[in-house]
Design a protein around this ligand. Structure first.
Ligand code: ACO
Length: 404
């Protein structure tokens, strides 16, 4: 603080002090006004609003506005926001043809990422991320088109026709109609399902500097546009340690249900770290207490799945029960994360396992956009360029190939 008379101004400018922090466990990459997490207390707030209140009272459209603009919208602001999104839901017919080029069994996550990347070629006005009006336009295009792209990725895998969006519907309802609406036109999605999916999107909407969001910000730091940055974020989300966990949880529950293991012998395998098996949907880098989103998802799962007996839900609850009383999990502070129960809800809605991470991406999109916009407009923003600690060979002389 200067009281000790030490002049540190030179030190602050030096770049030869490198901190090694694998996985960025203790390193902040930016300052942000968007999302607050207290991992020890199990607290999550978007722009200051507790996730529990938003989950109970808000909607995905309103939360998207909040994350991107910083304040909850007034009724006319929300109406204008929704109307602007609805103007951009249709995909260019040439872009629709891209879906023909993918193999029918392609995983929908790379399809999603490729289609988002392609938006830069259709909307070349997006290439200047310093132009605020164009950034707004790209924001609305992306919010509007990602659900259409996601529904088409599903249609492609099932061989069904790609339905045009119906802009008289809300975002979630429209997405469900484009996904499941053929051949049952006119299709009316179950209101309970619309409400549950909207809620899951709210819960996924942002989570500060997680792997995919950091990727979006990092790509944006080079001056790349919003589409390129989000496309990279989708790839980051696809990994099983991140968004891919929701489908991995269901595969794990199904394997136990099939009888490959019972709950107790599976947990023994996890604790022995046999074959690197982990209890998927458990543990979190930041939450060392119950993930507040998981608590809400669990209640939703109970409500949505109450209509019929669900043996997978029983297995999930049994695994959680074992974990919460077991020293292995207690000592490592491993609790269910948001993905532990989501897969069961998505399955009950009729989504195949491969679509689960796509649903995560749809929910996370406003967070990626808000974080990207905050990053590129931050006066302190520099191109992200981590350092390394070199551990390779010292200097050595080149030896021609025939002398090696
Ligand atoms: N099952 C069993 N053991 C686990 C689990 C788990 N799910 N997660 C962590 N551990 C153990 C590790 O083996 C390690 O044990 P050790 O101390 O004996 O070496 C200890 O807990 C710490 O684990 P790390 O991997 O160092 O924790 P990190 O913070 O790096 O990882 C992560 C967090 C990736 C989420 C991890 O808990 C995990 O792999 N979970 C399963 C996958 C998952 O659910 N991912 C979704 C994350 S949330 C999201 O993206 C929405």
């Amino acid at each position: 603080d200067g009281n000790d008379g030490l002049d540190v101004s030179g030190l602050l400018k030096r770049t030869d002090y490198v901190t090694l922090d694998p996985g960025f466990v203790n390193t902040a990459s930016c300052q942000s006004d968007i999302t607050y997490i207290d991992g020890d207390a199990g607290v999550l707030r978007y722009r200051g609003y507790p996730i529990e209140q938003l989950a109970e009272h808000s909607t995905f459209a309103e939360v998207s506005y909040l994350l991107i603009n910083g304040e909850l919208p007034t009724a006319p602001q929300l109406e204008d926001f929704t109307a602007r999104i609805n103007r951009h839901t249709i995909l260019h017919e040439d872009l629709k043809r891209f879906f023909d080029g993918f193999p029918r069994d392609a995983h929908p996550m790379p399809v999603l990422s490729s289609a988002v990347s392609t938006l830069s070629t259709f909307y070349q006005d997006s290439l200047n991320p310093k132009d605020a009006a164009q950034v707004d336009l790209s924001t609305f295009r992306l919010l509007a088109k990602l659900p259409t792209i996601a529904a088409y990725a599903y249609s492609k895998s099932t061989g069904r026709p790609m339905l045009y969006p119906d802009n008289s519907k809300g975002l979630v309802e429209n997405f469900l109609r484009m996904t499941f609406g053929w051949p049952a036109e006119p299709y009316e999605p179950d209101p309970e399902m619309v409400k549950a999916l909207d809620l899951l999107f709210v819960l996924h909407a942002d989570h500060e500097q997680n792997c995919s969001t950091s990727t979006v910000r990092m790509v944006g730091s080079s001056g790349a546009n919003l589409f390129a940055s989000v496309s990279a974020g989708i790839h980051a989300l696809s990994g099983p340690a991140h968004g891919g966990a929701n489908s991995a949880v269901l595969e794990m529950l199904e394997a136990i249900h099939r009888g490959d293991d019972d709950a107790d012998s599976f947990m023994a395998k996890v604790k022995d770290k046999r074959d690197g098996v982990r209890l998927m949907g458990f543990g979190h880098r930041v939450y060392k207490n119950y993930d507040p989103r998981a608590a809400i998802v669990k209640k939703t799962a109970d409500r949505v799945l109450a209509r019929a007996d669900n043996p997978l839900l029983d297995i999930a609850k049994r695994l959680e029960e074992i974990a919460l009383q077991d020293d292995y999990f207690v000592q490592r502070k491993l609790y269910p994360n948001v993905d532990f129960y989501t897969g069961l809800i998505y399955q009950a809605m009729g989504f195949p396992t491969r679509m689960f991470t796509v649903l995560f991406a749809l929910g996370r999109l406003p967070g990626w956009i808000a974080q990207w916009r905050e990053g590129v407009t931050d006066p302190a923003m520099k191109i992200n360029r981590p350092r390394q600690v070199y551990t390779g060979a010292g200097e050595r002389s080149y030896v021609p190939v025939l002398e090696r």
